[in-house]
Design a protein around this ligand. Sequence first.
Ligand SMILES: C[S@@+](CC[C@H](N)C(=O)[O-])C[C@H]1O[C@@H](n2cnc3c(N)ncnc32)[C@H](O)[C@@H]1O
Length: 220
Amino acid sequence: MTLAQAESLLTDRDTIPQAEPLARRAIHVSGYEREGRDFYATPAWVTEALLKHVMFRGPIWEPCCGDGAMSSVLADKGYDVVSTDLVDRGFGTAGVDFLACRAVPGGCRSIVTNPPYGDTGSQKGQSRSPMAMLGFLRHAMALTDSVQGQLALLVRLQWIAGKRAADTLSAGPFSAVIVLTHRIRWFDMAERTNAAQHHHAWVVFDHRHPKGQPPALLYV
Ligand SMILES: C[S@@+](CC[C@H](N)C(=O)[O-])C[C@H]1O[C@@H](n2cnc3c(N)ncnc32)[C@H](O)[C@@H]1O
């Protein structure tokens, strides 16, 4: 996708339900360093675990694609994938702020990503992390609702238990939670690579999920 095409994502605001006030911002290439602290490439097995349980209506948008770790697995499984990121990490279209986008790229029906957790890896920052994730989730739900699509986000398992997260998850077409029984070892966390302190899970939404039907609980 070219930057011009990416900018066109901002023009379709009338078709998107407003999940929360979203400032209209121009797409811009950020001043982030190339390897920002919110960048953790997801090991392939994590995306493969999702695809074992969920079949997506494609094409799929990976809006925080990083270096393409998830996009590559999705493409290997036969999906058409549109890859964008705020930061240029040498993959996909850079300079696209997901939170400023008002529509999914043309033709896309699903969003799959490991979003930024908003904590920049610091203990102090972790207090902001749940709200950052909630904002991301609400925005992604509104975008996928507009195409009756699907959404899969990789989150910390503990985050699901928070009151606000519970309210938001329950209000949406929550179709599955896929718990990863192995902890993820993030590749680029230097000396913290071996810590693996968090369990993670995929939360999956499908705007065609029957109303009132609870989400499936799956373990991988
Ligand atoms: C945790 S990394 C995940 C990368 C990739 N999804 C993966 O799983 O390998 C989060 C990515 O989100 C990107 N990002 C952060 N804020 C963003 C925003 N507002 N819009 C788009 N991408 C953003 C970062 O540049 C980073 O590459």
